[in-house]
Write a protein that binds this ligand. Structure first.
Ligand code: NAD
Length: 474
């Protein structure tokens, strides 16, 4: 049984799908592990540590993948990697399938069996394989650290001979896995923390962490299925906006984490709300990758508004803690792989009837097999010559609009619209620099154009809804 760990090829990916610890576990399962040289570099794991753990280091991608039965990744393999993948290999990664059906079709065409870790059911047995929780937990922590780094004041109350420093006020919107960890982290730093969610059950969890739960009377409970939130009605949205508007103006730091499975991230913080905040305020939008909860967020960028607020829109926030994130992610993979292996025979033996396999397998035997993924391979009807000569339509991003053939809307954010409204953006590097230049005034422009936003990866129904909190509850 040969396991391969190639280098992640997506630009901002820092994590790696195996660590020396998990390499040892795979060897214990009877596998041989080949790691591509440099795969762990961005996560602080040199080749030598993989080697000491018993992995073989391959210098080329071809050598890494040669003869592999199992290929582990953080992200879906790129076309280049896929081209060198042995037919029949099991490829296990975060697949980001919605809106990327053509890429899934390429995996089917390459003859690999692809498994999407984010589709792991949230049932007790699979908690150890839950990459959404392991990565969201770290992201919630990192969001507060990023906010503290960009904040010009201290977080805790300090009583000194020179006078008292008041504690920072932190408001967390969305109290799921990431939000609860953000609350716990902000509390540890000494902030005064409030939080909101649309699920009434979140209130108790927020309060168990010592924060105050804020929820409007008009919104009793918007729990959907499986412990997730449902989308709010217009009236509920208005009631929530009124509540938030009054509260946010008094906050120093706002962390947004709100997501709804299968829908774009809800817009919770308007431009007016940001403008109501004092200079030096910091907002971190953990939903940036799914279009953002804050109207002015620019995914992948940090912007400073005319009133002196900083909006941080990092994507891949867990990847900012590459070592910890890789440790937890790779342990999630080991736990899943243990269910795919015949331990006596020391061989890959996938039970295709296992509920975990059925929930996660996307492609098998040359076809897309997941019931949630639709790919219409039928060629588009031929257009009349005059029409064919028309320029391609462009979306809000300015890119040609993809042919509509997917089940879920393609991920898209609206940078063009944001560019009009927000300040100058600076590309994200490592740390958020407080000294970033203040930017151009926010134009009192018309409301930003709406662009189809990426839906949250649909999450399978949870059999149990329990929050993973800093107290270790799951
Ligand atoms: P998520 O990432 O889907 O969403 C984050 C949070 O945003 C959720 O708490 C959601 O209610 C909230 N939200 C959505 N719309 C909102 C709005 N308009 N305003 C404010 N908040 C809004 O959620 P998650 O972190 O994956 O957790 C979802 C649920 O799953 C929770 O109940 C959690 O306890 C549960 N969970 C269960 C398990 C398990 O049983 N193994 C593991 C992890 C999480």
């Amino acid at each position: 049984m040969r396991i391969a760990v190639p280098i992640e090829t997506e630009g901002n990916e820092t994590r790696v799908a195996a660590t020396p610890e998990t390499v040892k576990k795979f060897i214990g399962l009877g596998a041989t592990v080949t790691v591509q040289s440099g795969a762990g570099t961005k996560a602080g794991i040199p080749d030598s540590e993989f080697e000491t753990a018993g992995a073989k280091i391959a210098t080329s991608l071809a050598d890494t993948l040669s003869g592999a039965e199992i290929v582990l990744g953080v992200r879906r393999p790129s076309a280049d990697v896929l081209a060198q993948m042995p037919k029949g290999a099991a490829v296990i990664a975060t697949m980001d399938p919605y809106g990327n059906e053509a890429a899934l079709k390429s995996m089917a065409d390459a003859g690999v069996d692809a498994f999407a870790m984010e589709f792991m059911p949230r049932i007790t047995r699979a908690q150890v394989m839950d990459i959404l929780s392991s990565q969201a937990n770290l992201a919630g922590y990192q969001a507060v650290i990023d906010a503290a780094g960009a904040f010009d004041r201290a977080m805790p109350m300090m009583m000194t001979a020179a006078g008292t420093v008041r504690p920072a006020k932190v408001f967390v919107m969305g109290a799921g896995v990431a939000g609860l960890q953000a609350i716990a982290t902000a509390k540890r730093l000494g902030a005064v923390v409030t939080a909101t969610d649309v699920r009434a059950a979140a209130g108790e969890q927020v309060e168990s962490l010592g924060a105050k739960f804020i929820m409007t009377e008009a919104l009793k409970d918007a729990s959907g299925s499986g412990g997730y939130a449902r989308e709010l009605t217009n009236d509920e949205q208005a009631a929530q906006a009124e509540l938030v508007a009054g509260h946010i103006a008094k906050q120093d730091i706002v962390i947004t984490t709100a997501l709804i499975p299968g829908r774009p991230a809800p817009k919770l913080v308007s431009r007016a709300m940001v403008e109501s905040m004092a200079p030096g305020s910091v907002l971190v939008d953990l939903a940036a990758e799914r279009g953002g909860n804050i109207e002015l967020t620019q995914p992948g960028k940090t912007v400073t508004t005319a009133n002196g607020a900083t909006i941080i829109g990092f994507t891949n926030v867990a990847g900012r803690l590459a070592t910890s994130a890789s440790q937890l992610y790779s342990r999630n993979l080991v736990s899943f792989l243990e269910t795919l292996v015949d331990k006596k025979e020391k061989a890959l033996a996938v039970n295709w009837d296992d509920e975990l396999v059925k929930a996660t397998v996307l492609t098998r035997d040359g076809a897309i097999v997941h019931p949630n993924i639709k790919f219409d391979a039928a060629p588009a009807p031929a257009k009349p010559a005059a029409k064919a000569a028309e320029p391609a339509k462009t979306g809000a991003t300015g890119k040609a609009t993809a042919p509509k053939r997917v089940a879920a809307p393609k991920a898209e954010t609206a940078p063009a619209a944001h560019a009009k409204t927000a300040a100058v953006a600076k590309p994200i590097g490592g740390k958020v620099k407080k000294a970033a230049p203040i930017v151009a005034p926010i134009a009192k422009a018309a409301a930003p154009k709406k662009a189809p936003a990426k839906p949250a990866a649909a999450k399978p129904a949870a059999a149990k809804s329990a929050a993973s909190t800093a107290k270790g509850k799951k």
